[in-house]
Design a protein around this ligand. Structure first.
Ligand SMILES: NC(=O)c1ccc[n+]([C@@H]2O[C@H](COP(=O)([O-])OP(=O)(O)OC[C@H]3O[C@@H](n4cnc5c(N)ncnc54)[C@H](OP(=O)(O)O)[C@@H]3O)[C@@H](O)[C@H]2O)c1
Length: 268
């Protein structure tokens, strides 16, 4: 089978499409698609301790014995087959194309967990709403009944509006100043302005006064996300798709911040 692997740390050029044996153990998934997550740029570059060679890919959508599933694995989703413990996969949403559903696990779970304590009526500032996690976070916060103030650049404004944000701030022109109850930060650098909220949660850059949340996989949370997609509460937008062979190009574009929203990588 084909797999996108790295044998050494470095730039996107270290990514190779290798022919490797189909993995064994746990549940075998025939992968339809994985998704691009920017944190994997840091894995490739060597900022985390991993064994090499390493097969890329955390999110997957595929089939187990013909049944469509989505899941989250520690590595190995950027391949034609992957294995996962049974609790790492759940039935895929029935109302969207399977390869789009690969966009859900990491971004959806992170968004689910950063908005977990948001309450109806709160004013929630989501900084970085135009990104993959942001797309889920805006919709989930709205579903909880919050008043959502979202920052996005012009390329993200339409989608953030569609997800139901009540106020949109073009971060290329303005900084958020209106008071909020909670700020959720989804940008890789700290805000160069004072958060206008007493409670600040970050899933991205850490900075003084912000509570950092790291996504913890939860089968229950992933199943809930699937139900919300099937109920039409969450729309899953895939802004671009690439074949597995183009994984190095996906990393190059990711490093150039050329994407907004979720990007999927489809198996041959
Ligand atoms: N804690 C965790 O467990 C966890 C899990 C996954 C990811 N992360 C981290 O969370 C962050 C977001 O991930 P993601 O997958 O959503 O990334 P992404 O899809 O690349 O989105 C990043 C978005 O940030 C927006 N942005 C860039 N500069 C901005 C600024 N100055 N002000 C406001 N928005 C800005 C851009 O929006 P526009 O398109 O509108 O310009 C971009 O689309 C990354 O740093 C990632 O490493 C953390």
């Amino acid at each position: 089978m084909k797999a996108a692997r790295i044998h050494a740390h470095g730039g996107p050029e270290v990514i190779r499409i290798d022919d490797v044996p189909i993995p064994s153990g746990d549940t075998l998934i025939k992968v339809a698609a994985t998704s691009y997550n920017p944190t994997e740029l840091a894995v490739r570059a060597g900022m985390f301790r991993i064994d090499l060679p390493h097969t890329l890919g955390w999110d997957l959508a595929g089939e187990v014995d013909g049944d469509p599933v989505i899941g989250f694995v520690d590595s190995g989703a950027a391949a034609e087959f992957a294995t996962a413990p049974a609790d790492r996969i759940v039935p895929a949403p029935k109302n969207i194309p399977l390869h789009h559903a690969a966009a859900i696990p990491l971004a959806g779970l992170t968004a689910y967990q950063v908005v977990q304590d948001v309450e109806a009526g709160q004013r929630v500032l989501i900084n970085g709403a135009g990104g993959g996690i942001g797309s889920f976070a805006v919709q989930l916060a709205k579903h909880k009944g919050a008043h959502v103030i979202a920052t996005a650049s012009p390329r993200g404004i339409d989608s953030v509006q569609r997800y139901g944000a009540d106020e949109i701030i073009d971060y290329t022109k303005q900084v958020p100043t209106k008071p909020a109850d909670v700020m959720i930060h989804l940008v890789g650098t700290p805000p160069p302005w004072t958060p206008p909220a007493p409670e600040v949660i970050t899933a991205a850059a850490q900075f003084p006064g912000a509570r950092h949340i790291v996504m913890r996989y939860s089968e229950d949370h992933l199943s809930t996300l699937v139900s919300l997609v099937e109920a039409g509460v969450i729309t899953v937008d895939v802004t671009e798709s690439y074949p597995l062979a183009a994984m190095a190009e996906v990393h190059r574009k990711g490093e150039a911040a050329a994407f907004h929203g979720k990007v999927t990588i489809v198996m041959p």
